[in-house]
Design a protein around this ligand. Structure first.
Ligand code: IMP
Length: 205
């Protein structure tokens, strides 16, 4: 398990600027400086595994190995109850696997088509975060977040990305794409996972 004082500078195993901002603001408050892997010349790692946690661990190990720093990685996706958890770990490539097209529009079209006539609309976004002290860390710190909602056929909202226009949140009476970015970032699966990770880090402090 990482010790808190070993985690002053951490490389983020992602080149997504939005994720860097989102994660850095909360981790900075915990005294951790987060550096994007791209700034250190680390290329994107493969995500070949069938589980979120294996993919996140592979990304974290890859970034840590190439930088010599502790590394944080995330992996996420949409899990739909009536589709037995699909698209899940294949969320980014859901349409590509069926018809070769890799786009949010094609992914959403496949999602709506697969749920046609199905009354069970339950779904959640899942995020796992993995923090390793070094590439071979035998005790990575792992935290999960689930954000529950329902899939709707008609898209709503212009914010966000991916499946957000079809991901409806009954308690908020809005889709994820109708939430202002700051609001989404405060309540999303990534926010829930990061809150859990910060809780674990506090326990180590
Ligand atoms: P990644 O973990 O950032 O690579 O995300 C994998 C895929 O899951 C994305 O390409 C999206 O299809 C989906 N996904 C993950 N998080 C979100 C979200 O917050 N909104 C919409 N789609 C998401």
């Amino acid at each position: 398990m990482p010790e808190a004082n070993e985690l002053k500078r951490v490389v983020l195993a992602s080149n997504n600027a939005g994720k860097l901002r989102e994660f850095a603001s909360l981790l900075n408050a915990a005294g951790i400086e987060l550096i994007a892997q791209g700034e250190l010349g680390v290329p994107e790692a493969e995500e070949p595994h069938a589980t979120f946690v294996e993919n996140a661990l592979a990304k974290a190990r890859h970034a840590s190995k190439l930088t010599g720093l502790p590394a944080l990685a995330d992996d996420s996706g949409l899990c739909v109850h009536a589709l037995r958890g699909a698209p899940g770990v294949y969320s980014a490539r859901f349409a590509q696997l069926a018809c070769g097209e890799k786009s949010d529009t094609a992914n959403n079209a496949r999602l709506v088509a697969e749920l046609a006539g199905n009354a069970d609309r339950r779904a959640y976004y899942f995020c796992v975060l993995v923090l390793v002290r070094h590439a071979d860390d035998p005790e990575p710190l792992i935290a999960e977040g689930r954000w529950y909602g329902e899939v709707i056929d008609e898209p709503r909202g212009a914010h966000g990305f991916g499946y957000d226009p079809h991901f409806f949140l009954p308690p908020l009476s809005a889709t994820a794409a109708e939430l202002e970015p700051a609001r989404k970032n405060a309540v999303s699966h990534r926010a829930i996972a990061l809150g859990a990770l910060l809780g674990r880090l506090k326990e180590l402090a």
